[in-house]
Design a binder for this molecule. Structure first.
Ligand code: RAM
Length: 890
């Protein structure tokens, strides 16, 4: 019996962190029912010296435990272990020893200088990728070596021809005007006695490549590099190989590489051995150093993008003849994000063009119109000879179909594979049920999450956009947390929010803030509010309190901004908008019959509802941080906004201005109505749904709350009807038409009209996938209790009257795995398999159990120890269960 899965800052043995009081977490094994931690002890040491011995701390806490020892120093490596006391006061063995190592904590620790080359493109003209090299000598036996490295742009590093690390798109995307993340790699095994070479290839990335539909060079005109190799010798001496004037560069086979446009690679220009000793670099040029002293260098906080999986074409490529050449169309069977790996053998100098699309035109050709100005095309020029393998270096595409033009001879499906790239957020949940269409919907949600979690949460991965749209992310975050562990991913993105906030407190529509949207200081309702909704969700799901503490001043500034810009508590008030201010994107892409891209729900209504919601979140955050005065202030603010909302938008009959589903849903969901009005508003909402023959009409803003609201007010059957609706607009319409990801628009493609407006029609946009959280909670019967963040207390309440035979979810909570697997037969006999992780407990509602005998592992319920009978609720029996495995039948 001992703790396992020790993490520090959410990582196993992290190398290079800069949190001065890192947070520890561990799990305890599910050895028996009711097992829980009652106390713990952590011992942390460095070089034989104890830095921290917590002693026995009486606490159930096994996540987010802050280091409280001696101050940590630059590059200090700390070993730690933990033991726990269980519910009977018995102490466990110590865990295996884990470690973490600090990064470079002081700017003066950086000995490297920023270097750059003379290769610059233009605003719309791409440039070749520079290859940089630095030879150095190792003359003594090496004890350890670490590379500290970052770039403005992207980098790929190697030592002696062996690549370093497996990150893709390092160092990631931040607001490079003020901040860039660095990485640390253990490169001890890369070094050899005698001459060594450190080689780096730089890509444009977000720093100087195209961003969205804008020009290149948004942050700077060319990529730059900062690195230092730190070698510790066996004899105790120490050496640094920094970036400086002695580095040399040239250009090579990567003639251009741009995230949006694609990559051109001429294999004839390869310089095999350029990053190994002995290479003659006399023709290479000396680099220049640059001063960038105002730039913050911070350790990487988010999980890097990595290669995740490989897809193969589902059939042989199809030939499309042009008069003098062939195009070959490959189908990977899945709309994915990443690159391809091409295998080809042919004559030197031949160029293959590679294009990508998510869908096909009726004639079988690629539908690329909706990519807008994204060229999304790679070119590969063969060097000739043996089989060649090409995988682009500094670009990615969103696609299911791949077109090759200029291929020598007839390709087969063996010639390409799809390499899926995304932020390495570990899978945490699975959902499956007896309806194959809902399973496909869940599949599509997962794939839209993969494809749009690339460094930051993006709207789409294919067209000339791919931005950190705040609205989209807040809509989807709750669902995202089920599918994958996104705690660190969002924690880093919060830093981007802080960097993006303007001095007025406004939060822009996209984060990181990019220039073209700079004029739009304020992202508007439901977009800017992501600054509160996202961290609050991360806190609830992962118990991550630091995200609230750290960014509290950002939240406060934001809410002040809302207060200052609202007129009589009405946000986006016409008086304010008339002064040229932005009212918001509205209920984006709603199908409410208004015919407008921003729907027919009044913008000041949406805005004021979200203002209230944000004020209430602030009150909750203040409460959780123990700031009771603030809590009161924000609570009063909420009440005032609520009053103003009612005065302006709600009639005595419970009609709400606009009379759209979204208007009703927001008012109900955010508790803006009195009880009597709630009932009336609910009736109106249902009337609208019925009038539309059981169809939703909500856009980005209303959709995530729609089914929750219906369920909250006892209309689960109606919610189920909307979820399983097969005609447009509905979640299953795309599923029934072959979608493998979530579409941006309910009508992205329809039988009647074909493709929607190519100006805005992505087939990989996760917003409407926000229904995933509802499926998990209501079908799977698994939810967190907002009062006990991090799933300390789990709520298990599957909906009884839905037309399914079984559903199964499992989910990795911070304390361990929770499982809910139920099935029921025609006679309404239920079997429910449940696992509750150690140190947690659950309240479970056994549907349709009232009046029946409930057995747990064959034993009648009242006789089962440790299960607490809480009574009856409707036709459900309510019980409290501690950690353990259970099998209920009734
Ligand atoms: C579109 C984006 C995004 C949305 C904004 C308002 O261009 O794709 O999904 O949030 O508009």
């Amino acid at each position: 019996m001992r703790p396992y899965e020790l993490t520090c800052e959410g990582q196993v043995n992290p190398l290079g962190i800069d949190e001065l009081s890192p947070r520890f977490a561990w799990k305890i094994p599910l050895l028996r029912r009711g097992i829980r931690q009652t106390a713990y002890q952590i011992v942390a040491e460095s070089e034989g010296k104890i830095l921290w011995d917590s002693g026995k701390v009486d606490s159930p806490q096994s996540i987010e435990v802050e280091y409280c020892g001696l101050p940590l120093k630059t590059r200090q490596k700390v070993y730690w272990r933990v033991r726990f006391w269980d519910e009977s006061g018995k102490v466990s063995d110590y865990s295996e020893t884990a470690w973490f190592q600090m990064g470079l904590l002081n700017p003066s620790d950086w000995r490297g200088k920023w270097i750059e080359t003379g290769i610059i493109g233009g605003a719309r003209v791409t440039a070749p990728a520079p290859y940089l090299r630095k030879p150095f000598q190792v003359k003594k036996p090496v004890a350890s070596a670490e590379l500290y490295i970052t770039a403005l742009g992207l980098y790929l590093a190697s030592i002696n021809g062996r690549s370093i690390g497996d990150e893709v798109f390092a160092p990631g995307w931040t607001d490079y005007h003020c901040r860039v993340q660095y990485q640390v790699y253990d490169v001890t095994s890369h070094l050899q006695f005698g001459e060594n070479v450190l080689g780096v290839v730089l890509g444009d990335g977000w720093y100087c490549g195209h961003i969205a539909n804008m020009d290149r060079q948004q942050y700077g005109d060319r990529p730059r590099l900062l690195a230092q190799l730190m070698i510790q010798y066996m004899d105790g001496s120490f050496e640094i190989v920094p970036t400086d004037e002695t580095w040399r560069y040239t250009s090579g086979p990567i003639l251009e590489s741009d995230l949006i446009m694609g990559e051109s690679y001429d294999a004839r220009l390869e310089m095999s051995g350029w990053d190994t000793p002995g290479w003659n670099d006399t023709g290479w040029f000396p680099v220049h150093t640059v001063q960038l002293s105002s730039l913050n260098l911070v350790a990487r906080k988010n999980p890097p993008v990595r290669r995740q999986e490989v897809l193969r074409p589902v059939q042989e490529p199809v030939e499309l003849r042009e008069w003098n050449r062939s195009r070959w169309i490959f189908d990977l069977g899945q709309n994915m994000v990443g690159v391809i790996r091409l295998r080809v053998k042919g004559e030197r100098g031949r160029t293959i063009r590679i294009r990508y699309s998510e869908v096909l035109n009726p004639d079988g050709s690629l539908y690329t119109q909706s990519l807008r100005s994204a060229r999304a095309t790679d070119y590969y020029t063969l060097k000739g000879g043996e089989e060649e393998i090409f995988e682009p270096h500094f670009t990615f595409h969103g696609f299911r179909y791949v077109e090759l033009t200029g291929f020598p001879g007839v390709p087969t499906r063996e010639n390409i594979e799809g390499v899926v790239l995304h932020s390495d957020t570990p899978i945490s949940g699975t959902f499956i049920c007896s309806d194959p269409f809902l399973n496909q919907l869940q599949h599509n949600i997962e794939w839209s999450q993969k494809g749009n979690f690339i460094e930051v949460p993006t709207d789409c991965p294919q067209r000339d956009e791919r931005l950190g749209w705040t609205g989209d992310a807040q809509v989807f975050i709750r669902t995202a947390t089920f599918n994958r562990n996104v705690s660190r991913f969002f924690e880093k993105w919060m830093q981007d929010f802080a960097d993006a906030q303007s001095s007025s407190g406004a939060i822009p529509p996209v984060v990181p803030k990019v220039f073209a949207f700079g004029q739009l200081e304020d992202g508007g309702p439901a977009w800017a509010d992501a600054v509160l909704i996202c961290p609050w969700t991360i806190y609830q799901v992962y118990g991550n309190r630091r995200i609230l503490e750290r960014y509290y001043p950002v939240f406060q500034k934001f809410i002040e901004y809302l207060k200052n810009t609202s007129v009589g508590w009405i946000r986006s008030h016409p008086d304010w908008v008339d002064q040229g201010n932005f009212p918001g994107f509205g209920d984006w892409l709603a199908q409410d019959g208004s015919g407008k891209v921003d729907g027919g729900t009044p913008k000041d209504l949406i805005a004021t509802a979200f203002f209230a919601h944000s004020a209430r979140l602030m009150a909750k955050i203040a409460r959780c941080l123990g700031k009771s005065k603030d809590e009161q202030v924000y609570h009063t603010m909420f009440e005032k906004i609520r009053e103003a909302f009612n005065r302006r938008f709600v009639t005595e009959d419970g009609l709400i201005v606009g009379r759209t589903q979204t208007a009703y849903v927001l008012a109900l969901s955010f508790d803006l109505l009195s009880e009597t009005l709630q009932e009336k508003a609910l009736e109106e909402l249902l009337r609208d749904i019925r009038q539309r023959d059981w169809h939703l009409s909500t856009g980005f803003v209303g959709t995530p709350y729609l089914l929750w609201t219906l369920t909250k007010f006892g209309k689960a059957k109606e919610a189920w009807k909307l979820l399983t609706q097969r005609t447009m607009p509905s979640w299953l319409y795309p599923v029934l038409h072959g979608a493998t990801t979530i579409w941006e628009r309910w009508d992205g493609w329809t039988e009647e009209k074909g493709f929607q407006d190519p100006e805005m029609n992505s087939f990989n946009h996760y917003a409407y996938g926000s229904v995933g959280a509802w499926m998990v909670s209501m079908i799977g019967g698994l939810d967190f209790d907002p009062e006990y963040p991090g799933y300390r207390h789990i709520l298990m309440k599957p909906l009884p009257d839905i037309e399914l035979d079984f559903a199964s979810v499992d989910y990795q909570t911070p304390y361990g795995k929770v499982v809910s697997r139920w099935q029921k037969d025609d006679r309404h006999c239920w079997k429910w398999q449940v696992t509750i992780p150690p140190s947690t407990c659950a309240t479970a509602w056994l549907p349709e159990a009232v009046g029946k005998e409930v057995l747990e592992s064959g034993v009648p319920l009242p006789a089962v120890e440790m299960i607490e009978w809480l009574g009856e609720e409707g036709d459900a029996v309510k019980i409290r269960i501690p950690a353990g495995n259970y099998e209920f039948c009734w």
